[in-house]
Design a protein around this ligand. Sequence first.
Ligand SMILES: Cc1cc2nc3c(=O)[nH]c(=O)nc-3n(C[C@H](O)[C@H](O)[C@H](O)COP(=O)(O)OP(=O)(O)OC[C@H]3O[C@@H](n4cnc5c(N)ncnc54)[C@H](O)[C@@H]3O)c2cc1C
Length: 572
Amino acid sequence: MVQVSRHDIVIVGGGGAGLRAAIAAAEANPKASIALVSKVYPMRSHTVSAEGGAAAVARDDDNFELHGFDTVKGSDFLGDQNVIEYFVEQAPKELALLENWGCPWSRNEDGTVSTRAFGGMTIKRTWFATDKVGFHMLHSLFQQSMRYENIVRYDEFFVTKLLTEDGACKGVAALEIRTGDYHAILGRAVILATGGAGKVFPFTTNGAIKTGDGMALAYREGVGLKDMEFVQYHPTGLPGTGILITEASRGEGGYLRNKDGDRFLVDYDYGVGKKAELGPRDMISRAIIQEFEAGRGIDDEHGLHAALDLTHLGEAHIMAKLPFVRELARTYVGVDPVHEHIPIRPVVHYMMGGVDTNIRAETDMPGLYAAGEVACGSINGANRLGSNSLTECLVFGNSAGVHSLDYASGADEGNEASLRGQAEEEAARVDSLRGSKRGDEKIADLRVEMNRVMEEGCGVYREQETMKIAEKEMHEIRKRASCLHLQDSSKVFNTELVAALELMNMVEVAETLAVSAAHRKESRGAHTCRDFPHRDDQTYLYHTLAYRTDDGPRLDRKEVALGHWEPQERKY
Ligand SMILES: Cc1cc2nc3c(=O)[nH]c(=O)nc-3n(C[C@H](O)[C@H](O)[C@H](O)COP(=O)(O)OP(=O)(O)OC[C@H]3O[C@@H](n4cnc5c(N)ncnc54)[C@H](O)[C@@H]3O)c2cc1C
C-alpha cells in the first residue's frame, strides 16, 4: 500500500543545492509546504566532504568580468555565457548570506574575508573555512533549514521514479529505506538536487552515494542529459582510497614533483608551464599521466604516483590553512606533510555533464528543475574550475527554489488517483526485485565491470577505438543489469535492494557517458582524444544531448550560448 503525501514542491537531495533550494522556497512563501527527500541524512551528503573553498568576487582587485572570463576559458568555451554572467554576479551575495547563517569564513588580520588561489582563477577569489569548507557550509545550511516549519524532511527515503501527468512532473515515488514502505510524495514541481555520479568510475573522490540517481530519473522520463562526456579528474587523490587532497594545497603554495624530484609542471608548454601548480585540473592531470608514461612516476608501495610537496610551507602555515590535509595524509598514507611528500595520482572527481537545464534551473519537462552537480546549466562546459561548484549549488539552488515555487503557484495538482497508481506500479516493480532471481548477475561483479570499462574507455586520455569498445560494453552491461540475482528479501533496511537500484542508475548514466564521448571527435577541456588532439570549434562547438531509447542513448545537440568572450586558444 502506497502512502500519499502532498506538498507544493518536492526537492530530491539534502546536499548544498537541495538545502539552499528548500530555504529559498521556504523564505519566498512561508505558507508553501516543501518536501526535502534524501536517501541519506542530509549532513551525510557529499557536499560535507568539500575541502578547498567556494569562488566569488570578494574585493576591488577582482570583478565579475574576470571571474566570468576565467570560468568561460576554464570551460574551454563550452560554458553558456549568459548563465556564467548570472552565476558570477550572484556568487558574492550567496557567500555573504551563508556567513549570516553561520558559515565561519577564514579571515585576514584586518578582519576581511580571506581568499586563496585556485587553479585557473587569475585572482585569489576562493573563500574558505580552513580546509573543511563543505562541512561548514552544509552545517550552516542545515541549521538554517531547521528554522522553517514548512520544510518537511523525508530522511533516508530513496526516490526511484518521477511521477508525471501529461508530460509534467507532479511528484516522486520513494522507498522508505528503514521500513521498506513505498510513498507517493506529490508536489506541483520537483527539484532534482541529487549530486554527481563519480561512482561509475573505480577510483574516485566521490562518496559511495554518488550514483547518478537524479540523472537516471530524468533520463528515464525523456529529459536529455547534457555534455556527459566531460568528466573531471582531480590531479591529487590519495592512492588506494581516492581520498581528495584539496587543490588548496597547491593554492597555498604546494609543488608537484616527479621521481627525480623535479617540479615537472613548469616544463609543460601546452598550458600549465607558466601557471605550474595553479593550472586547471584537466591540464595538470594530463601532465601527471605524461610523466608516468615517460617513466618519471614514482613506483613504490603506493603504486604509480607523483608527489605533492608541502614541506617548504612550514608547520605553522600547514596547521593554519591545511590542517585537514595533514590529518588525511597521516591517517590514510602514513605521511606527515610537514616533513614528507604526499603520494598522489589523478582521480575522478566531478561530472561536468548532467540534466539539461537553463539559466532558471528549468529542464525541458514542465515542473521539473535541477540544481547542483546533477544539473548541467551550463557554467562548467568542458572543464569546471575548482571552487565554482559549491557556489553553483548555492546560486542555482536558490534559483530552482524560487522559480519552482513560482511555477507551482500556477500549476494544477494533478490527478491523485493516477499519480498514486504510478507509484503503486513502481512499488510493485521494486518489490519484485527483493530477493529476486531474474538471472545470475551479481551486483558487485557488474559494478566492477562497469568501473573497468569506464576507466579503460573514458579515462584522462581517450581513443576512438577504446571509447567505441566502452560504448558497446556498457550497452551489454546495462542489459545484464536487468538480470540480477538478489539474496535479501527482507523489507527493513534492505541495503542490497538499494545497491541494485543504484547500479541500475549508474549503468544508464555510464552508457550515456561512453556514447557521448565516442561521438565527440576532438579534444576539449577534460575530453582528450589522442586521435583528435585539437579543439574543433567548426564542428563541435555545441552541447551534446543524450536521450533514452531502449537500444541506447540517442544523441542530439544544443547550441552553446556565446557572448562577448570570443572562443580563443586556451593557454595558461
Ligand atoms: C571530496 C570532494 C571535495 C570537493 N571540494 C570542493 C571544493 O572545495 N569546492 C567546490 O566548489 N567543489 C568541491 N567539490 C564538488 C562539490 O562539493 C559538489 O559538486 C557539490 O557539493 C555537490 O552538491 P549537491 O548538492 O549537488 O549534491 P550532494 O552534496 O552530493 O548531495 C546529493 C543529495 O542527493 C540525495 N540523493 C541522491 N540520490 C537520491 C535518491 N535516489 N533519492 C533521494 N535522495 C537522493 C543524497 O542523499 C544527498 O542528500 C568537492 C567534491 C568532493 C567529492
